[in-house]
Design a protein around this ligand. Structure first.
Ligand code: PMP
Length: 353
């Protein structure tokens, strides 16, 4: 071992889902199958490349203001970053500095563990119950902070706002982060609780309901005080996170509320239909409230099925982790994409229509 080795920060990185470069039915990374709002395309076409000479506005003011208007909060309550991964990572760095462990569920977004290790934050996973539900009392013990997604990933389960509030209310001395990457497909957001709790940070993204995973925009909403701390950390790391193109495209996306809501309705409709189809094929699954379904089949091994689907050009996600080794996570695509998947499954299972 070279002497410098001992001073190198070694991490086991997060493994993102595959991004195949050939054409497949891509149901593996919870992207939106529809294009972003038409205003985004217009903004791209009209974008003046001379703007690229200049650094972008470090405060991303137009985007922050548009989001603040949309969510009826003050601009001082909004922090933006390069996808919610960037925002969440800044949140870990800024808010989780206790010697006590932070808490998150044992089955959840696997990036939490990676950030905790990267920043050397002690952590303790709280076991979801047998139905993959959060046990709220587990989060009442002393801790250094709490984070969980709602709906959770990859389980797709949405916890009602009362559950979320109970966890926030029992943790007044630490920051509670609710990661709402999939909230638009689910139900009431913890944003409603912001006026009541100064220890709450809600994180959302443009990658799912706004169909802009490739643009990389995420945001946090919290009290002006917490957002100030987040900005201080950001300006100590990288001032220019939101580039010129993201600024204009992101702003356009937020402006088109109607398109946003219509897109969500379409995905929910396909999701509910897909649940019925999965049921007919004998799959079991949680009551998904996200843009993906977490499903298992009593007679077909998940890994074998995953590989067979991939072989035929249908990509879904499989982890093989403890307690979820028999589960596949299937992103809700277009109705046509889902029909192709069901045709494959029927053929694979030798079931006639
Ligand atoms: N949180 C959760 C729960 C997610 O599943 C994802 C998507 N991988 C993210 C955050 C990050 O999404 P993005 O960085 O694209 O905003």
């Amino acid at each position: 071992m070279k002497a410098f080795e001992k001073n190198i920060r070694k991490v086991e990185p997060y493994v993102p889902g595959e991004q195949p470069q050939h054409k497949v039915i891509k149901l593996n990374t919870n992207e939106n199958p529809y294009p972003p709002a038409p205003g985004v395309e217009r903004a791209l076409k009209e974008f003046c490349t001379d703007k690229l000479r200049l650094y972008p506005d470090p405060a991303a003011e137009v985007l922050v203001k548009e989001l603040a208007d949309f969510y009826q909060v003050k601009p001082e309550q909004v922090f933006v970053g390069v996808g919610s991964d960037d925002v969440l990572s800044m949140c870990f760095l800024t808010f989780f500095n206790s010697d006590k462990p932070i808490f998150f569920p044992d089955i959840t977004y696997s990036f939490y563990k990676v950030w905790a290790e990267l920043y050397r934050i002690p952590y303790e996973c709280q076991r979801l119950d047998e139905d993959f539900r959060i046990v709220r009392e587990d989060y009442y013990k002393e801790n250094g902070g709490v984070i969980f997604p709602n709906p959770n990933a990859p389980t797709a389960i949405y916890e009602e706002l009362e559950e979320v509030e109970a966890i926030i209310a029992h943790n007044p001395d630490v920051i509670v982060i609710v990661d709402e990457a999939y909230i638009d497909f689910a139900g009431r957001s913890a944003l409603e609780l912001l006026d009541k709790y100064d220890n709450l940070i809600v994180v959302q993204t443009f990658s799912k309901a706004r169909s802009m995973a490739g643009m990389r925009i995420g945001y946090a909403v919290g009290s002006p005080e917490l957002i100030r701390y987040l900005n201080d950390a950001k300006y100590s790391f990288n001032s220019y996170t939101i580039n010129q193109i993201s600024l204009v495209c992101g702003t356009e996306a937020v402006r088109d509320k109607e398109y946003f809501e219509e897109g969500i309705r379409k995905i929910i409709k396909t999701r509910e239909w897909a649940k019925e189809e999965l049921k007919k094929l004998g799959f079991i699954f949680t009551d998904s409230r996200a843009n993906f379904i977490f499903a298992s089949h009593p007679h077909y091994d998940a890994k074998v099925l995953f590989e067979a689907m991939k072989e035929s050009g249908i990509y879904v996600r499989f982890w093989g982790g403890e307690r979820i080794e028999q589960y596949l996570r299937i992103t809700v695509g277009t109705r046509e994409e889902m029909e192709t998947m069901f045709a494959f499954l029927r053929k694979y299972m030798k079931i006639s229509e």
